[in-house]
Every structure is written in C-alpha cells, then in structure tokens.
Design a protein around this ligand. Structure first.
Ligand code: FE2
Length: 579
C-alpha cells in the first residue's frame, strides 16, 4: 500500500512524503527547492515531484498511490473563522507575510484560491506534479483524505516514537480551531483528552507576537529568542506579567490565556523594542526572551504533570512548532515525569504531511505502520556519485577523491579549518544532522564568532554539537540518546574550558548523538577527530548561506561553498580545497 502525504495550506513549511508498506521511505520540504526559507505561501509542488521521482525509482507510479493525505481541514477552519471574526486578523497577518515576499503569480493564485477550493486545487497540484514525471492522472484516480491539523501533528509524534501507548502533546500557532491539544494514544487509537482553542491558549502565536515586538519576523523569531533568553538578567517583572495573564489549572483545560496572544504581548513588552541584534544584546529584549522561555519551561512541566494524571501513561511524544523549543523540552526531560520522551524531528508543519499519511495508512486504509523509533531523518532525494563527480569537476576547485577515508577531513577540522560536509540523502526538518552540515573545532572559542559571521547569524547565537553517542555522559548531565538537536542538556562541570565553541552562556547545548549505524561516514569523521584531539564532539551547524534554507543539490553545495568563507568541503567522497 502506498500513501503520499502533503503539508499544504498552512502557509509555511509545505512538504511531501511517501509511506510504502507501513514504512516512511521519503520526505522532503519545499523550501529546499524554491530556496525560500519556510516556502511561505508556496504549494508543495517540487517536493511532490521529488516524491514521485523517488517512487518511480522503486517502480511505483503516481497512479499507484492508494490515497493522498493532507494536513489541514479547511472546512473546519472556515467554520471557526465564521464564528470568530475578530481572529481573522491573526490569519490576515499570515497573508501579509505571503504577499510581502512577492511570490510568483502561480503561487499567488494558489494561495488566494485556497479558501475557495482547497480540494480542487490540491487535485490540480497532484495532476501537475504527475505530468512533470510523465504520468497523466484523472481526478477519478486521485483519492484525497484530509486530516485535522493537530491530529496530523499528534500522529507524527506517536507513530514514529516506537511507543505502543503514550501521552501526546501538540503545541503550535494554530490548527483549524486550536492552539494546544493533549492526547492519549493506545495501540493506534487516538483519544483527545484536552483541546485549548486558539484564543484560549496558543503558545505558538504568543512567541510570534513577542518576537515581532522584539524586531523579528514570526518565522525566524522564536528560535532566535530561545538563544537570546540566557542573556536576560532582569526578567522577573516580565515573567510576573505573563503569569498574570496565563492561568494554569488542574481542570479540563490545563492552561488558559485571559487575553489574546497579541494583547498579552502588548501588555508584557509594551511598544516595540528598538535594537540592532547584530551589534548588541539589548538588556530588555533579552529579559523579555528570558521571561517567555522561563514561562514556557514551567508550562511544559505543568502540561507533563497534567497529562500524566489524565492518562497514566509514562511515555510522552511531542509535536507542533512549539515542540522545537529544545530548552523547554530539556525541562520536561530533567523533570523525570516520564520514563521516555520522543519529539518528532520535523515538529513544525513540515512534519504534518507525515502524520497525516501515517494516520490515513492505518485509519482509512486499514494498514499497519511499522512501529519502531525513528532514528534518522535522511529521507530526502539521493544524488548519484556521478552527479557529484560532474558538479565537482565543473567547479574548478582543487579536489581529491578520498572515498570513505575521512582522516584528512578530521585533520583539517582539528587544524582550525571551517569545513562544509555534504553526502547522501538530505535531512528532513530544521536541523542539519550530518549530511548537509558545516563542521568545525569546538575547542576554539573564536570559532563561535567566526561561524556566526560566515553564516550571517547574530554573534550571540549558540552553536550546537554532534558527538559520539557513547561519550554523551562524559559531556552532559544525565543525557539520553537524542539524534535530532531538539533536546538540550546541561554540560558537566569543566566543559566551558574544553569545548567553548558549543558551550552556551547558560551551560547548555542541544546536541546530536551519532552512532555508526545511523551514519557511518559521519561517525567516522567524529571518531577520527577524537583520536587526534581527545574530544569526541564537533561543531555542527547547518550548511547554508545567510537567509537560505539548507543546501539540497550538489550544485547548491558547490555554489554555497564558493560564496561562503569556508576552507574546504567533503562532498560524497571528494575533498575540495579553496586554497
Ligand atoms: Fe502546526
């Protein structure tokens, strides 16, 4: 059986995926093709073409797709919109974003037509993508099932956790009508135990509104605020204000806002804070970020306690954009409320294509998803060695074929070079995890500023590490295996001196643990670095230039390598040098 999932219609992070015989075999995000971060307002056309191409390589054609699954039920959404006209404003903000970025007219048509004929347009999208790979589909061939947005998030968290039963927390900006939902899932049966409406509790929108007041756009702001928070000193007054407007409860709704997210942001921050994030850490901006982070930490623990009481399940799975908050996830981890915790790596809307497809696979088609924990996200397209060789030769960079022998690569890193690392299938989700990465020496504090400058990031933003799984306890307090960089841990004492480039000011990091099973070449390069330096840990930041999504194709990689201030590149067996 074959289900293709689409994240379409939430205006950001469109994606496509395929589930074949109970297994997630492919997933990719639109931004990687259009080179426009979060692909705001764009339909997942290229990602669907990529999915069809991948399937063709396995002898499967668009007409073989049993069902297409989508991630937002516009009918529910329009009903809600009719009831709550004042919240049209929040939605209007998304539209603003979408127009501001001057998207191509075909995309514009897609967006404005969305509310008129969601299903009609999705069928058109599927037919156009099928034609691109040489197949004609008739509307009758296309079976389309739409899954409620938060159910799609919940399904992504549950089906790939490897848990048979679990509590599930979903927190984002909004689904059709809700900002937070809490679930109990037993053997694939989903029971919604609490639903908090958008106006009653949307942590996603609260982060968005506060980000805007601190001068950031909503798509990038929350992640930056998380990095800024540890610099905040005088935050208690802001935290008190938040607590006055958001009430915790042990009743049917674990928390509720007493005002809209926009109003809360207004009351907490007041007018917009004017500062230049590239030049300074503004004390008020940092303190507001700290208060919001501290509040979110407390909320996560409260939600954990609440759901544990309600479900008696001692495992938890999380999804929704707010679950990308690695610091709040750390609070839940160290609280020990649960024995085990899984955060879906593409917790943002890119992951909802996968949740929708998995749910449809079991609940509509009667199949069974192979239940095991997702350990890696190398789910994107493959680029052949031949394609890579041609890209390398066309580049004119001095290059040498080293194959899997990455000792020289590790040596370059240990000698202070900034190295781009490209191999295999691209990662799903917002983090580079060893196939589209920039690697550097974590022992050099200056490396932190140098990398942020190369990537056009604010100088104060932290860098994350990848480390050999078996050494996690040497670096971190009470860590668990975590492959996706969305769970922070506290460093052990003494690490500020040993690995300063990945040591954030509050003594935390959000690492990726690496096993040889998961990614042999990547494991080998970190292992070689350990043999040379004694540290089984490297800086790993995403391979992209300022303002761009992760590189996708070999050509993207060569172009970014050429334009950025990098020293060398490992590219699927080739070692390229700038000098
Ligand atoms: Fe969402």
């Amino acid at each position: 059986m074959l289900v293709v999932g689409l994240s379409v219609g939430t205006f950001h992070d469109p994606s496509a995926c395929a589930i074949v015989d109970g297994e997630l075999v492919f997933a990719t995000e639109e931004e990687r093709y259009t080179r426009y971060k979060h692909a705001l307002g764009q339909p997942p056309f290229n990602s669907l073409v990529g999915t069809f191409r991948f399937l063709k390589g396995k002898g499967l054609h668009p007409r073989d797709v049993d069902t297409f699954a989508t991630n937002v039920n516009l009918r529910l959404f329009l009903g809600w919109l009719g009831e709550r006209r004042k919240y049209v404003l929040d939605f209007g903000k998304l539209y603003d974003l979408y127009y501001k970025h001057g998207l191509r007219s075909s995309n514009l048509e897609f967006g404005t037509g969305l509310l008129r004929g969601y299903q009609f347009l999705i069928r058109r999208l599927i037919r156009a993508a099928a034609r691109t790979v040489g197949d004609d589909l008739d509307d009758r061939d296309i079976k389309l099932v739409t899954i409620r947005h938060h159910l799609a998030h919940a399904a992504s968290a549950y089906y790939f956790s490897g848990f048979s039963s679990s509590s599930v927390l979903v927190l984002d900006g909004q689904g059709e009508r809700e900002g937070t939902t809490l679930w109990r899932v037993r053997n694939g049966e989903f029971e919604e135990v609490s639903r908090i409406g958008i106006e009653e509790g949307s942590m996603g929108y609260l982060w968005d509104h506060i980000s805007e007041r601190l001068g950031y756009e909503v798509t990038e702001g929350p992640g930056k605020l998380m990095g800024l928070a540890p610099y905040g000193g005088d935050y208690v007054g802001f935290l008190e204000k938040l607590k006055n407007m958001i009430r915790f409860s042990s009743g049917g709704k674990p928390y509720t806002f007493v005002a809209s997210p926009a109003m809360i942001a207004e009351r907490v921050v007041g007018g917009a804070v004017k500062w230049d994030p590239r030049k300074e850490v503004h004390p008020v901006a940092a303190s507001v970020a700290r208060a919001l982070q501290e509040f979110t930490n407390e909320l996560f623990v409260h939600l954990g306690d609440w759901i544990k009481d309600a479900t008696n399940e001692d495992r938890v799975a999380l999804a929704g954009g707010v679950a990308l908050n690695a610091r709040a996830n750390m609070e839940l981890h160290y609280s020990k409320i649960f024995n085990d915790m899984f955060i879906f790596p593409a917790a943002n809307d890119a992951g909802t294509s996968i949740g929708a497809a998995a749910y449809v696979y079991e609940h509509v088609l009667g199949g069974k998803i192979k239940s095991r924990r997702l350990r890696s996200v190398y789910l994107g397209p493959e680029y052949s060695d031949e394609e890579v060789r041609r890209a390398v030769e066309a580049s004119k960079f001095r290059a040498r074929y080293v194959g899997d022998d990455v000792n020289e690569v590790a040596d370059l890193i240990a000698k202070g070079n900034v190295l781009t690392w490209y191999q295999g299938r691209s990662e799903l989700g917002p983090r580079a995890l060893g196939n589209r990465s920039i690697l550097a020496d974590p022992r050099d504090k200056e490396m932190w500023k140098r990398l942020n400058a190369i990537k056009g990031r604010e100088f104060w933003r932290p860098l994350a590490p990848s480390l050999l799984e078996e050494y996690k306890g040497e670096y971190f307090v009470d860590p668990v295996t975590h492959e996706f960089m969305i769970l922070m841990f506290r460093f052990r004492d003494g690490m500020a001196g040993r690995v300063p480039a990945v040591y954030h000011v509050d003594g935390t990091a959000r690492p990726q643990t690496v096993t040889r099973d998961m990614n042999p070449t990547y494991y080998d390069v970190i292992k070689a670095f350990k043999d040379m330096t004694g540290e089984g840990i490297v800086v790993n930041t995403s391979f992209n230039l300022a303002g761009e999504p992760l590189v996708e194709t070999p050509r993207d990689a060569i172009r970014s390598f050429a334009e950025g201030g990098f020293d060398a590149m490992y590219m699927q067996g080739y070692l390229l040098y700038k000098r």
